[in-house]
Ligand binder design. Sequence first.
Ligand code: 2HA
Ligand code: ZN
Length: 274
Amino acid sequence: MSQITELKFMREFIGVCAEGYRLGWHERNGGNLSYRMSAEDVASAKEFLQDGAPWQDIGTEVPGLKNEYFLVTGSGKHMRNVPLCPEENICIVKVDESGTKFQIQWGLVAGGRPTSELPTHLMNHEIKKQLTGGKYRVIYHAHPGNLIALTFVLPLEDKAFTHELWEMATENPVVFPQGIGIVPWMVPGGRDIAIATSKLMYKYDVAVWAHHGLFCAGPTFDDTFGLMNTVEKAAEICVKVKSMGGKCQTIPEKGFVQLAKDFNIELNQGFLNC
Ligand code: 2HA
Ligand code: ZN
C-alpha cells in the first residue's frame, strides 16, 4: 500500500465527509465523524502510524475503549477540505491503557487536535461497543438544516419528536425503530453534553442536539450516513407539511403495528399511540 488514504476504511470515511458537505450539513467547521478501527484496519495502517506524540487528556473517561484506535476529523477543520487534503484535516488517535488520554499517531500534519466533540464521540463509542458486542463502529455528527429548524417547532420530547418523524415516510420506523432521543439545548464541546448524549445512546441510535444538530451511531459508514440522511429527509418533509398548513391525513396508528410485523422489526412500543 503506497498511501494510507487508499485503505477502504479511509476511503469510506472521506466519502462520508464529502457527501455530508455536498448535502449542506457541514457549513464552515460544522460537524464531525469518528470510526473505531478494527484490528485488521490497524494492521493495514500500521506502517503509517507513529508512536511518540504527547498523550493528551480526552476530557472524560472511556475505560471500555482502552488501546483502541479511532479515525476522527480535526477540531476546527472543514469537512469540505477532508477529501482535498485528508492528512491535514483528519487523524488517527490511540486511546491509552487508562481510557483517559489519547495520542495522535497519524494525520493533522499542519497541527491541530481531534474534534472538539471527542468526549461525546468516545463516550458514545464506549456504550455502543458494549451494547452491540463490538458491532457498532461509526459516530457521526452533522448540522442538517431541516432537522435543526424542527427543534424550534416540535416539542423537545423523545416520543413526540420520534412519532412526528416516523409519520413522514412509511419506511422511517424501519430505519429508526427505537426512535430518537432529544438533548435539550446545552453548551457543546464538553463532558456534560457528552454524558447527556451517551445516556440516550443506551436507548437510541439517533440523538438530537436542540438548536444545533444530530448525532447518529451505526455499524458501518453506509448505515450511519443513511440514518442521518433518512432523519434529515423526514425533517424536510415535516417542514414542507407544516409550511403547507399541516397534515390533512397521515399513516394510521395501527399501520405502524402492521409495518413492524411485516418487516419483522421491534418498534419502540412506548412511542405508539395504540
Ligand atoms: O464545530 O459541530 O459541535 C464542530 C461542531 C461542534
Ligand atoms: Zn456541531
